[in-house]
Design a protein around this ligand. Sequence first.
Ligand code: NI
Length: 171
Amino acid sequence: MALLEIRTYPDPVLRRIAKPVDDVNAQTIKLAEDMIETMRLSRGAGLAANQVGVPVRLIVLEEESDKKKRGDIGNKVIAIINPVIVGSEEEEIAEEGCLSLPKFYEYIKRARKISVKGMTIDKAPFEMQCDGHMARAFQHEIDHLNGVLFIDYLSPVKRNLFKKKYIKKDR
Ligand code: NI
């Protein structure tokens, strides 16, 4: 496995609309494994392929709601191809971060419960109903595949403040 470089804002690949994965080949599996490794070592809750510079519809997520334990060896992880949200219910505001926007956190409104479909890396149909942290992570990662970042949900005033601070900031 290899550690991949995580692209950060304003890298244009983060705005690309990712292409569907038609065939799970060795390259796709390798990409998923490397993304899992990269997510784990970065202590992220999830990662979308465009965040490592590959605009294809593949996401990886950690099934762990405890922030302190994120990235621990043994935590269950999933890799989903062509994920689609097929249902959503209720709304919830919670704090969000993103590995492509280091050190920036903001409260974002999302659906609290979702149903998601896709395919696993073993080519098995995938379907899940989830809520809370997991539902938020799916929405966040699927947004990445559509070139959307969570800062897009901020009010124009907050977004401008973000841009001023973030672009100048020495990271
Ligand atoms: Ni993100």
